[in-house]
Design a binder for this molecule. Structure first.
Ligand code: SAM
Length: 267
């Protein structure tokens, strides 16, 4: 998969893309990231890429000409690939959006700076707008890296375990279960016995219950779209009833927490 990234700070990207899984994906030819400095398409002596906003007010706005010129020079006019603007005003980036983007062989990303880009870029060049969350960063470089990272790890062959992305949080509608590694006991805290049992069916059952419980506690909004069995729905109803009873008995009671890892979550 190829990304063309248009930015004023291409140097931000290389250190991250040169590490670990993404570096290997690039070496294997699974991921290609081409970085383009928008300033290279500025035509005046000072290589100006920003200007004051019409109507006044503080801050600067990225001029349209260098952005149009850069994208059209590299990708054609009009570009034949989706052109994504990173902006806090875009649609929220989720795992589902990452899967959607991973179906494209080629994407363009535009990272803004200052107060953002001239509105005509959004209206006449961009085909999609993505936000990585309800907060405002100084530039679109980190959001672009977030998108590249999340999408790249979904590409076939990028992760050692091809099933890993399907087991991750969000991919099956639930947060993932807790993980443990050696030692089996650390500072007196033991790994749940079931994980040491070697009993694969029991381990799978424990993990599914922990994922369900964790999602119910932390992100109940996800449960509306999760694929749950009748037994799991009954379990959720039971936890809800228990929580209501606990609140009725003590309105100041803290929110439910993960059960002790040594217990079944419904115990
Ligand atoms: N004035 C803009 C607004 O209020 O919507 C924010 C501009 S922000 C300071 C500069 C650039 O950072 C944006 O053009 C965008 O590319 C990037 N950016 C900042 N926060 C972002 C977010 N949450 N998601 C995606 N991009 C973001």
């Amino acid at each position: 998969m190829r990304f063309d990234v248009f930015t004023l700070f291409p140097e931000v990207f290389e250190p991250y893309l040169d590490l670990s899984i993404l570096a290997r994906a690039r070496q294997k030819g699974l991921l290609e990231v081409r970085l383009h400095n928008i300033r290279d398409w500025a035509t005046d002596r000072h290589k100006t890429v920003d200007d004051e906003p019409y109507g006044g007010g503080g801050g600067m706005v990225m001029k349209p000409e260098p952005i149009f010129a850069a994208v059209e020079d590299v990708l054609g006019r009009p570009p034949q690939v989706p052109v994504i603007l990173l902006t806090p005003q875009g649609r929220p980036f989720t795992q589902a959006v990452a899967w959607e983007l991973a179906q494209h062989p080629h994407l363009a990303l535009i990272a803004g700076r200052y107060e953002g880009v001239d509105e005509r870029v959004r209206q006449h060049l961009v085909t999609d707008e993505i936000s990585i969350g309800d907060f405002v960063l100084t530039g679109g470089e980190l959001p672009a890296l977030v998108v590249i990272d999340a999408v790249a790890r979904l590409l076939p062959g990028v992760l050692g375990d091809p099933d890993a992305p399907r087991k991750d949080s969000f991919s099956h509608g639930l947060l993932e279960h807790p993980h443990y590694t050696r030692p089996a006991e650390y500072r007196g805290w033991r790994v749940p016995d079931v994980l040491l049992s070697g009993h694969h069916a029991e381990i799978a059952r424990w993990r599914r219950r922990m994922a369900l419980r964790r999602t119910w506690e932390r992100r109940p909004d996800l449960l509306a779209h999760a694929d749950l069995s009748d037994e799991e729905r009954a379990l959720l109803a039971q936890w809800e009833a228990e929580a209501r009873a606990a609140t009725a008995a003590d309105p100041d009671a803290p929110r439910p927490e993960d059960p002790s890892p040594h217990q079944e979550p419904d115990a």
